[in-house]
Design a protein around this ligand. Sequence first.
Ligand code: HEM
Length: 491
Amino acid sequence: TSIVKWCSRKPSLPPGPKPLPVIGNLFNVPTKAPWAIYANWAEQYGEIMSMTVLGKVIIVLNSSKAVRELLDKRGPVYSDRPVVPFTEMSGVAHWDLSIMRYGENWRIRRRLMEHSFRPAPILQYRPLQMRKAYEALRRLLRDPSSFDAHVKHFSGSIIMLIVYGYDVQDKNDRYVDMAETANRIGSEANTPGAFLVNDFPFLRHLPGWLPGMRFKAIVQEAKGVAREMIKSPFSFVKENIRKGTNRPCFVVENLKKLDDESNEIAIAHVAAATYGAGAHTTASILRTFLLALALNPDVQQKAQAELDQVLGSARLPDYEDRRRLPYIEAICKELLRWRLVLPLGVPRATMESDVYEGYLIPKGSIVFANAWSILHDPSVYTNPDAFNPDRFLHPDGQAADDPALVSAFGFGRRRCPGRHLAEASIWIFVASFLFVFNVSGARDKDGNNVGHDHPYADSIVSDAAPFTCTISTRDKKKEDLIVSSEIAEAD
Ligand code: HEM
């Protein structure tokens, strides 16, 4: 009878803090660095935990095993995104593949993106990435204090060139301005205080906003911007094709393969979604790079010794050098691990009820895969809070592979399709920046010295709080190399 009793027992939700009546765990949801708090809670509750907020179940997965078992292996159940009133009402959820619900429309767009951004096809864009990296170095030479603007320009202009064959203007670029407006509206709609329910900041990532008048105005604005952002750069490409002045790019390549009208719309949608997904994320990791250098002069010295030995002093690094620069490789790996751009990933939702290790995961639960806890597991990464590229070097000096690192780009069917491009952009920037510049003296906005505990935003995209540092060229010869890289391009 005990077996019968055991079998008929209904599975219960995964463990978690004790809920109150009606509001559930409303006051338990952490607001400050929630990824780190969930990682600590895992010691008490285990690799899978749950909370219930106003009737909605939130599941947090804290181990690679749980993430692999659920997000990777049970893709059809775990690849949906939560419904958020703002994105539904403004229509963003109907064209932007990163927040679209799982289904046919998402699949069409995902396939387009995935296919064009595989490692092989993006190789053709390497010369362009190098050109943009050297251009960023020249901007830094002229105006080192605008580092943030330069890396944003670097990341964004690569995407606009690859997607539309479009060269972003230095200032007030109309297409970038549209995309930035869309970003701003998106984050405004997520800002605590903007809407009634946002006064409870912990609800910021969750569905259930109560629409007010301001909300409606923002929804209208978002609709207008999205319409333009999808249409205008796409028309620019079509006009170029007509005139015969088009460059190879995502839109041109996919228009060649076009089979029906709906596909053309899908191409325009994917193109419009890339800037929002890729510009800020790549720029954010490069800000972390600057911070890591300022805090770790030994890392700089080691990297520069390696670069000098491999390159000499007569030329800037290029992708051909990559295999011979294991320490640079290790820095890029450590950047992905140390501070995550999206520590809790992008939230998922479940399409069906599921049972894992005897626990119930109801249909419609919101699921966070805690990439931070995977990449800061002290049993895998000794002293995980230290920025230490050496952890990715074999004793023979070669860079070590770590399959867990891809967690920084998410999991399973919705894993970041832009990751190969992002990694290549990061690498060329890191290698060429270190070859030319020294960094020191990081200070926060109040002028205080910055330490390893420099704060990061608590939002879904977690950016370093503002800081400044001193960026200077290593020597005159390297300075000349950057200046002449412009002349070489003009030839
Ligand atoms: C360092 C840079 C980047 C990081 C850390 C990053 C990280 C992520 C993460 C964590 C996700 C969510 C995956 C999931 O749900 O499991 C994601 C999705 C996505 N990323 Fe990236 N990303 C980066 C750069 C880029 C770039 C450069 C592009 C475009 C060129 C891009 C395009 C996308 C798209 C379209 C999605 C949505 C995929 C979907 O929902 O099916 N990302 N990214």
